[in-house]
Ligand binder design. Structure first.
Ligand SMILES: [Zn+2]
Ligand SMILES: [Zn+2]
Length: 259
């Protein structure tokens, strides 16, 4: 009997610690400018990959209070995820903002000071930002562009899965093929990673192997709906895991545009 109680308590504890379950709902905010086809494809990827539900929230403009124009007109990602989190609708466990507009953040070192050189990192263009762990994240397609739309979509999906992974409590992963790998300032790192978690990361958040299909499978079914994306990019990217509990996917190419 005692063994049964201990086992029951253990199972109860294990379940309650998991950040996601089938009933988990990720609310999606499509910020004006992103196509409904792309949003639908990304929703599908989240649902099928993580085995959770999504809820499409009304399209909205990026909030004015997040706007900044230091180097170029864009929106602060740290403000966006804070605003999203403070306006969580009922029935939503996590909230993800999707945009094609450039987003930025101040990149800090381990001491909390703006990383040097300050002119470069004070307002730094990024691909995504997430609380880790937390309830809110944002992903921008601005620095994920590629002349091949499939490459672009693949990058977008990887960053979405990556940032949600941070929300679910996953840190960066040493496995370079895992979608939670640190991109270490190279877009190639993102392109080389598989669009899925390694087994260790899966087990950390309780994904049962075999239940979730791979994103590659959903790509096949969504190809015909993929909108055309123009423009190429050779952007360098970095994702780091600072002590501020934010995780940032950063594009370094902007340094090449600054004089
Ligand atoms: Zn991993
Ligand atoms: Zn990251």
């Amino acid at each position: 009997m005692r063994i049964f109680i201990v086992l029951f308590a253990f199972l109860l504890l294990s379940c309650s610690e998991k950040p996601i379950a089938k009933k988990t709902v990720v609310g999606i905010i499509p910020y004006k400018g992103i196509s409904s086809e792309k949003v639908a494809m990304l929703r599908n990827s989240i649902q099928e990959y993580y085995g959770i539900s999504t809820k499409l929230l009304p399209e909205m403009a990026l909030p004015r209070q997040a706007f900044i124009n230091i180097k170029s007109p864009r929106y602060r990602a740290d403000s966006l995820i804070a605003i999203q989190q403070s306006n969580m609708p009922e029935g939503v466990d996590y909230i993800l903002g999707l945009t094609e507009i450039d987003i930025s953040v101040t990149k800090k070192d381990d001491d909390g000071k703006v990383k040097e050189p300050e002119w470069k990192y004070n307002d730094f263009g990024i691909m995504g930002l997430a609380y880790c762990p937390g309830k809110s994240c944002v992903v921008s397609g601005f620095r994920l562009k590629h002349k091949d739309k499939e490459v672009h979509f693949g990058r977008f999906k990887k960053v979405v899965i990556h940032e949600l992974g941070h929300n679910f409590g996953l840190p960066h992963c040493p496995d370079k093929k895992c979608v939670m790998t640190d991109a270490v300032e190279k877009i190639k790192t993102i392109d080389d990673a598989r669009p899925e978690l390694c087994n260790k990361c899966k087990s950390k958040i309780g994904i049962v192997l075999g239940i979730n299909v791979t994103i590659a499978d959903t790509e096949k079914s969504n190809k015909k709906n993929a909108p055309a994306i123009a423009g190429a990019s050779n952007q360098q990217n970095q994702c780091y895991f600072p002590t501020t509990s934010l995780c940032v996917s950063v594009a370094l190419s902007e340094t090449m545009r600054i004089t």
